[in-house]
Design a protein around this ligand. Sequence first.
Ligand code: NAD
Length: 358
Amino acid sequence: MRSAPEFVFESLPGRVVFGPGHRSVLARELEVIGASSVLVVGGGHDRAVGDGLVRILGPRPFRHIVEVHQHVPRADVEAALTQVDEGNIDTVVAVGGGSAIGLGKAVALHRRVRLVVIPTTYAGSEMTPVWGVSDDSGKHTGRDLRVLPTLVIYDPELTLGLPLEVTTASAFNALAHCVESFWVPERNPVTTSMAADAIAVIIEALGPVMVDPEDITARGWLLFGAYRAGVVLASTGTALHHRASHVLGGRFGLDHAGMNSALLAHVVAYNSGWGSWDAAELDDAVGHQPADRLFDLAVAVGAPTSLAQLGMPEDGIEMVIAEIVEEVGDSNPRMPDPASLSAMLHRAWRGNAPLSDL
Ligand code: NAD
């Protein structure tokens, strides 16, 4: 028998309501938390979603920021804070992907408001106390319990219209939360088993969603996997994969979800055989030779497999190597050295298959 577990696991507060059509509980839930004046953030991806939520709010005074941008530009945060102050807002309802949620979190960081989140992608930000804001000097992130939503409502019906190219890339974002949890210093048996379950659910649900994007059952499981992946991320931490993604996204404005599918397999190969993490656990969860499996999966579902495809200039790689090394610090099982990191990023830029011998 293997040695008995010994670990630290931190469970974070927050209420979760999950199920098709469950966005209708919003009005009652807002009553329960005593919301009197609401700022709705997001919903611009589908006017009907934004308008539908506004109807659910009933006669309560509200303001609505429809347009949000990736990586939470500081100017957007300042505009939202002005709305909060002018409208005496006590509750923010963020609906959409990580961009809308990120703006809601940035507001919660600076004002005493309750945050309710209705996620419509698989980014998982709603489960984490991590915020991020970008400006001319790049993307700044931090961890603060004030940005954790009071309530998260997962309604798979709101994901039926998510375009396939966003669906697959975003599913890789969720897979990346799980995969990286196997090797970060904060890994523990609670999150490892949750991550393995989530990986299985996500991979299984992706097939039927590719065939029929409006398959509500498969969409429900995919969203459930993404929720669990978000819990895993929140309760562990990040290393080379996420930190490189943040540096590249902040510097070149690359699509966050797409970076996950373009980089994940390469980072798995890069870390394989290094450090004290148990690679067999990842083999069990993803399949034998997980780097190849993940690369093949990205190709099969048509998710981005190259940084070039996302619009990154190849000569940008050398500009960010030092920053990535610094950001990674000692979080990764393999200390990234500039030469091997550069080789890995060039392969990811070209869309080559992953290579462990770098
Ligand atoms: P996103 O929120 O920008 O959404 C991607 C696109 O999908 C957008 O065009 C959006 O309008 C559209 N969209 C969203 N839901 C839709 C739906 N149901 N139907 C049709 N279109 C829809 O991107 P994302 O990948 O969800 O989030 C990325 C952002 O989240 C990044 O800034 C990333 O850093 C952040 N993030 C943060 C954390 C954290 O813990 N803080 C975790 C993961 C991601």
